[in-house]
Design a protein around this ligand. Structure first.
Ligand SMILES: Cc1cc2nc3c(=O)[nH]c(=O)nc-3n(C[C@H](O)[C@H](O)[C@H](O)COP(=O)(O)O)c2cc1C
Length: 355
């Protein structure tokens, strides 16, 4: 199978070389750039099948990084019956984020999907020192949505999606916005990760959550390009058991903080926690956890959707605003109107569970 693809690739290159007197890009490109180019070709060749599984065998077969790249992106017929519950999605212009994504997919035994740009990003496109380069212009215009060439996938059956990208000018590449706006992530835990030269993940994960408008988005993580497998595994382990919030039985998308209070709350939510809330002050619902948990109160002015810990033992969910000393727990990613509909029409019951 791999041999025949290789043969097709070689023949394709020969035809292109004869017909167009050019095959591939200039020799000045780095190895990683070449492997990205190869990825684009592979995906285009088998454009109807862009979900692949990073199987143990494939991983064992891989030796050099270029080989690893082509192996992990080699598309295979997606058999719905062998679907995993976790999917790793990645966009990577020069292979750095991709190598992290492959490690996550391998460790979590996940399906793998690569976002490729219909117009690949060339060296010139990615020149961040040039105010006229494609990337600079795209990143300066939050409305740009570069076209994706990889085939759309069905998200049926996935409960967790790791979603990775490089940081471009402190933000997610606009093509990530194209991706999240093309899918409905209801009921799926969305876990962003990124690589960068030095910048943190910043607000990129929250931007993606806002643009997606669905899914339970958690705080993401930035990796250095040379992150070790141990570091990646440790992070993946810490991502297990995401907390799900239901208000009167309706699941709501929440971006949870990553702090000690949340860690302890997760311990209580394991097995299910039901809290009878009371409407209070025309701006919040408040209810008892049943015990005190670790708090780190700070003077806070809340906004609609904020979930906070009050007095160490009560959860407060806001559909309006208040100023007090609270410990932030998370934020419901719904509009103020949606929050008011859910929370301002009488006392509610909330449940917290792990999944
Ligand atoms: C257009 C552009 C803008 C970038 N902006 C930043 C930035 O703001 N901060 C940073 O630390 N790195 C920045 N980088 C570096 C990339 O985030 C970094 O090289 C990343 O690991 C590349 O991932 P990839 O190989 O998966 O594309 C930028 C790179 C490009 C091409």
């Amino acid at each position: 199978m791999r041999r025949s693809r290789l043969l097709i690739g070689v023949l394709t290159c020969l035809v292109l070389a004869l017909g167009l007197t050019a095959c591939g890009k200039g020799s000045s490109e780095s190895n990683t750039e070449n492997s990205t180019e190869q990825t684009v070709n592979t995906t285009t060749e088998s454009s109807t099948e862009s979900t692949s599984k990073v199987t143990e065998t494939e991983q064992k077969e891989t030796a050099g990084s270029e080989e690893e790249t082509s192996s992990a992106t080699e598309s295979e017929t997606s058999n719905p019956e062998s679907r995993k519950d976790t999917l790793v999605v990645v966009f990577s212009a020069t292979g750095t984020t991709k190598s992290i994504a492959e490690k996550i997919a391998k460790y979590t035994d996940a399906d793998y999907y690569e976002i490729t740009a219909a117009i690949p990003y060339s060296d010139e496109d990615r020149d961040w020192t040039n105010s006229d380069s494609r990337c600079t212009k795209e990143q300066n215009d939050t409305s740009v949505r570069p076209e994706i060439s990889s085939e759309k996938i069905s998200l049926d059956g996935y409960t967790t999606i790791y979603i990775g990208y490089p940081i471009w000018f402190g933000q997610e590449p606009r093509i990530m916005d194209t991706f999240v706006e093309s899918y409905n992530f209801d009921g799926i835990t969305m876990i962003p990760f990124c690589t960068s030269g030095s910048s943190g993940i910043g607000s990129s994960g929250k931007n993606l959550a806002a643009n997606a408008g669905s899914g339970n988005w958690v705080d993401g993580k930035r990796f250095a390009g040379n992150a070790t497998e141990e570091e990646i595994k440790e992070w993946v382990d810490s991502m297990g058991n995401q907390m799900l919030l239901k208000i009167n039985g309706t699941e709501v998308p929440v971006i949870w903080e990553s702090n000690d209070s949340i860690k302890e709350l997760k311990g209580i939510a394991d097995g299910g926690l039901t809290i009878e809330m009371s409407m209070y002050g025309g701006f919040e619902q408040v209810g008892p956890i049943g015990k005190s948990i670790i708090s780190n109160d700070e003077q806070t002015t809340t906004s609609p959707g904020d979930i906070v810990l009050y007095s160490g033992n009560q959860i407060v969910i806001f559909y309006g605003s208040n100023s007090w000393a609270y410990t932030r727990l998370g934020k419901i990613d719904l509009s103020e109107e949606e929050l008011r509909n859910l929370l301002s029409n009488g006392d509610v019951t909330i449940t917290l569970t792990l999944h």
